[in-house]
Ligand binder design. Structure first.
Ligand SMILES: [Zn+2]
Length: 110
């Protein structure tokens, strides 16, 4: 993907305002920004929200957890699946108990 703004409907995950998504590539890394047009004192200006990198490969040099940027809305689910492979059988049973307790308290969201 080239650098630049992607013209599509986009709600910024940081400020929850509509804007344009901009993708910047620097070396092997990809970074995301949201651009918003805001009106202040009768003038339009651009407000930029930094959305972080696509992945955090530099901080995962010794322990690859698959950390993803805020732009990936499924990142927590992906983390959970990846971490399951790192747990022992005993830890998985303890986790299952915690999940069942949590599911009993809260209705399932869709
Ligand atoms: Zn924003």
């Amino acid at each position: 993907m080239k650098n630049g703004k992607k013209r599509r409907a986009f709600i910024c995950p940081r400020c929850k305002e509509p804007g344009y998504l901009e993708v910047r590539h620097r070396g092997y890394c990809t970074y995301y920004y949201a651009y918003h047009r805001v009106r202040e004192n009768g003038k339009w200006r651009v407000k930029k929200c930094y959305l972080g990198p696509e992945s955090y490969s530099n901080v995962e040099r010794f322990e690859h957890l698959g950390l993803r940027g805020i732009i990936d809305r499924d990142r927590y689910f992906k983390y959970s699946l990846r971490l399951l492979n790192k747990l022992s059988h005993k830890q998985l049973l303890a986790l299952r108990d915690r999940i069942e307790q949590k599911l009993a308290r809260k209705p399932v969201e869709t």
